[in-house]
Design a binder for this molecule. Structure first.
Ligand code: AMP
Length: 451
């Protein structure tokens, strides 16, 4: 199957060809023809499956006819976080290179109302928004939703986790009853099922089998630690310093305040690190993410909410400073590494019996045990390696790396050694995949479709 069989316009096909994609992903292949036929779609898929293009490409095709009116967007995309909203905007820029007249606006919290208002005034074809700020504009009378022909609700189960469902229900009642709705969720808890029954009209259900297993190219380990914060931070530092092949790493915490504490602590210990959590203002969040993407910092400490769904390719290590409370979050976190067939390493710090219970739930979900690394907690500290220091940051005390290195090797379990013992080799690359250099492994899984 090639993109040319899906019914997309010439302009869209040219843009897709320019990105280098050879074949549609399963969700794209199954959803795009139904979107173009104006059917409601219930897509059960998560980030990494190519679902963004599954709605952006047909939307671009459909928007080639018709014009936007002031304050009355033609289409509306709801995203749970500002980062995801910005990522969708980037997709419109990427796939919309041949759509010069298309107006795309981002309505997210943390940035000036006036600039957003000016954009709305000019007329918007695609409005990408987080629910709270969208409703603020609507309540001020600056935005009318009565012209919306197509509504996309993305990452709906994450909206549920974040308490946005009442806002979503309000928005669904503000857009015309006759609009087309595309609804994407990774899971179907009862509350989400209720919403889909209430707001979708005879939808086509497209399901990409969920990546409840972690990517085979990611080596996963547990590391024992003492319970209190200082002990866990010490364990983390040892893990980072002893890591083989660490290019960059995301460190996940369960709580925003722990993100901030850990960030400060790592900075104090001379690491090159940024933080990303929901309480940071938008410019700080964008800057942190950019620095990490461009490899200007090596480590990113993040909360689940801020990091969910972010498309950061080529992350070598994931550390779970806290065991995630929901097993699903483990799969999402680990999915940030081992992308596109690259190898990755994911290490979860386990401190106490509650953590052990949470790990058992994760092992049940992913259907495999996660082995413990040996010796981490008893390892004497080593100084940070070159790779974990900021390029501009001077060495403490002005001594060279040579002088700082300890004389004896630290008795830490070698992740690479352990990987070769415990982890199956990466799956061979399939010839028909073409250049899928940023295609996550689970894109290749089959889908089921019920019309
Ligand atoms: P998404 O699930 O929308 O976050 O997409 C995950 C990644 O897959 C993004 O980096 C996309 O650029 C990429 N992608 C989307 N569609 C394709 C495709 N047909 N072939 C290769 N890569 C794709």
């Amino acid at each position: 199957m090639s993109f040319s069989h899906l019914g997309l316009s010439e302009k869209v096909l040219a843009a897709v060809a320019a990105t280098g994609y050879k074949t549609p992903t399963p969700i794209q292949e199954q959803a795009i023809p139904h979107v173009l036929a104006r059917r409601d779609v219930l897509g059960i898929a998560q980030t990494g499956t190519g679902k963004t293009a599954a709605f952006v490409l047909p939307m671009l095709t459909m928007l080639e006819t018709g014009r936007a009116r002031a304050r009355m967007p033609r289409t509306l995309i709801l995203e749970p976080t500002r980062e995801l909203a910005a990522q969708v905007e980037e997709s419109f820029i990427k796939y919309g290179v041949n759509h010069n007249k298309l107006n795309v606006a981002l309505i997210i919290g943390g940035v000036s109302f006036d600039d957003q208002d000016a954009k709305l005034m000019r007329g918007v074809d695609v409005l990408i928004a987080t629910p709270g700020r969208l409703l603020d504009h609507n309540e001020r009378g600056r935005l009318l939703l009565s012209g919306v022909e197509l509504l996309v609700i993305d990452e709906a189960d994450r909206m549920l986790d974040m308490g946005f469902i009442p806002d979503i229900e309000r928005i669904c009642k503000l857009v015309p009853f006759t609009r087309q709705t595309l609804f994407f969720t990774a899971t179907m808890p009862p509350e989400i099922r209720r919403i889909t029954e209430q707001f979708l009209s005879n939808p086509v259900r497209v399901e990409v089998s969920r990546p409840a297993t972690t990517v085979a190219t990611t080596a996963q380990f547990l590391a024992r630690s003492g319970r209190d914060g200082a002990e866990k931070r010490d364990t983390l530092r040892r893990l980072i310093r002893s890591a083989e092949g660490l290019k960059n790493a995301i460190i996940f915490c369960n709580r925003k305040r722990d993100v901030a504490t850990l960030h400060r602590s790592l900075l104090r210990h001379g690491f090159s690190v940024q933080a990303l959590h929901g309480d940071m203002d938008q410019s700080a969040r964008t800057a942190a993410l950019e620095q990490f993407r461009k490899n200007e910092v090596t480590l990113l400490v993040a909360s689940d909410v801020a990091a969910r769904g972010l498309d950061i390719s080529d992350v070598s290590h994931i550390y779970n400073f806290d065991v995630p409370i929901h097993p699903d979050d483990y799969v999402h976190r680990i999915g940030r590494t081992g992308r596109a067939g690259r190898t990755g390493t994911a290490i979860t710090i386990v401190a106490g019996s509650n953590d052990a219970k949470a790990v058992a739930a994760i092992e049940k979900l992913i259907g495999q045990p996660i082995p413990f690394m040996d010796n981490v907690a008893g390892t004497p500290a080593m100084p940070p390696q070159q790779a974990t220091r900021h390029p501009q940051q001077p060495h403490r005390g002005g001594r060279s790396e040579h002088h700082r290195r300890p004389q004896r090797p630290a008795p830490v379990a070698r992740i690479e050694d352990a990987r070769s013992r415990r982890v199956p080799p990466p799956a061979p690359k399939r010839a028909e995949d073409g250049d899928a250099s940023h295609l996550p492994a689970f894109l290749l899984r089959p889908v089921t479709v019920k019309a």
